[in-house]
Design a protein around this ligand. Structure first.
Ligand SMILES: NC(=O)c1ccc[n+]([C@@H]2O[C@H](COP(=O)([O-])OP(=O)(O)OC[C@H]3O[C@@H](n4cnc5c(N)ncnc54)[C@H](OP(=O)(O)O)[C@@H]3O)[C@@H](O)[C@H]2O)c1
Length: 333
């Protein structure tokens, strides 16, 4: 099958379009004919080698962390799916590979595609929607009437996190540039901070939760918008000891994560708030739970640009610029 393959790590390295063997179908797997795949910053970070220690993949590797397509074969233990089913998924971390004609995944990671969505739209949602759900619902237990600041509201995660937080009944503030103010307002943001004109820490206060997806300076400033007991949850690092424990990291990695997050944890404590890092995980169950919200229009996909499969490298380069409004998708045509 045709696939986009990473042969060696590096920032300037392009993926090679080449032939790979059809993926192995294990007893609990579904084999999916890929119709569309979304690009994620995670794909670029893996390509750059930034995840070498955390996710020790063997090269050559097929990248791609979001997929929508049609089931073509199922393993003997599979109960939920049959050939012909339209599905979407974030493949499990150890078996990524959506930039290909086919992908095999444990059925636990997969859900039926929401009926209201095209393949392209469905592919745009799993990773970012699961991330938003795991931060706002699982970790923060965000309640009606609570105040949440979602950074980078116009990005892949931000566009769905705003919609999910509004669906939960929260009051939502977000940061973006002037060009995207209308977009995030349409998604439901109550307060929009244009970071070119205003400093969010001067404007916002008394927040219950902050979802951070930006750098260290924004992370630290975010502490000051939280009320006592508030929660700063970051998906862009630094990883903390709780995360190290969750993934059963080696003592070396545990120590590294303790040190990397020492400063922000200490400052959070001084402010009477908590800091934690979250790395999303694949979950077919959560995608199933999200299906009715998506079909009802509470969470709508925001797609910036679509590329043909053959232009996967161009699609990744577009995301690498850091200015995507929502998601970038490649389609099989
Ligand atoms: N830990 C996890 O499980 C997890 C999961 C998903 C993503 N992530 C990480 O989260 C980060 C964001 O991911 P993403 O998919 O949302 O990225 P993305 O879609 O590429 O983000 C692009 C958006 O970020 C906005 N942006 C850039 N700088 C900004 C700033 N200083 N203030 C406000 N907005 C800004 C841009 O808007 P403007 O053009 O208006 O600036 C653009 O719309 C990445 O680092 C990614 O690796 C982690």
């Amino acid at each position: 099958m045709k696939a986009f393959i990473l042969d060696r790590y590096g920032k300037t390295v392009g993926l090679r379009m080449g032939e790979m063997p059809e993926p192995e179908l294990r007893a609990d797997d579904v084999l999916v004919k890929v119709r569309a795949a979304a690009i994620n910053v995670l794909d670029s970070k893996i390509r750059n080698g930034e995840f070498k220690l955390l996710l020790p993949y063997r090269l050559p590797l097929v990248l791609g962390n979001d997929v929508a397509g049609v089931v073509i074969r199922v393993g003997p233990n599979v109960r939920r799916f049959k050939p012909g089913d339209e599905v979407y998924a974030k493949p499990p971390t150890e078996r990524i590979g959506a930039f290909a004609e086919m992908i095999a995944m444990d059925e636990k990671a997969v859900a039926h595609k929401p009926e209201a969505l095209s393949m392209e739209e469905a592919a745009s949602l799993p990773l970012v929607t699961l991330t938003a759900w795991q931060v706002l619902v699982e970790r923060a237990n965000l309640q009606k009437g609570q105040k949440v600041l979602i950074h980078a509201g116009s990005g892949g995660v931000g566009t769905v996190a705003i919609q999910l937080a509004k669906h939960l009944g929260a009051f939502v503030a977000t940061t973006t540039s002037a060009a995207n103010v209308d977009l995030v307002k349409r998604l439901g943001a109550d307060v929009v901070i244009d970071y070119g004109k205003e400093d969010f820490e001067q404007v916002l206060q008394g927040y219950d939760v902050v979802l951070n997806s930006l750098g260290a300076d924004v992370l630290e400033k975010s502490l000051r918008v939280l009320k006592p007991g508030g929660r700063l949850i970051s998906i862009s690092g630094p990883p903390d000891p709780g995360f190290a424990k969750e993934i059963g990291a080696s003592w070396f990695m545990r120590l590294a994560m303790r040190l990397l997050s020492y400063g922000i944890r200490k400052k959070a404590k001084r402010h009477g708030v908590s800091y934690s890092f979250l790395f999303m995980r694949a979950s077919g169950d959560q995608l199933r739970e999200l299906g009715p919200l998506i079909d009802a229009g509470a969470i709508r996909p925001v797609i910036d640009k679509t590329f043909p499969f053959a232009s996967t490298n161009e699609a990744m380069a577009y995301v690498d610029k850091g200015r995507a409004k929502g998601k970038v998708v490649v389609t099989m045509g």
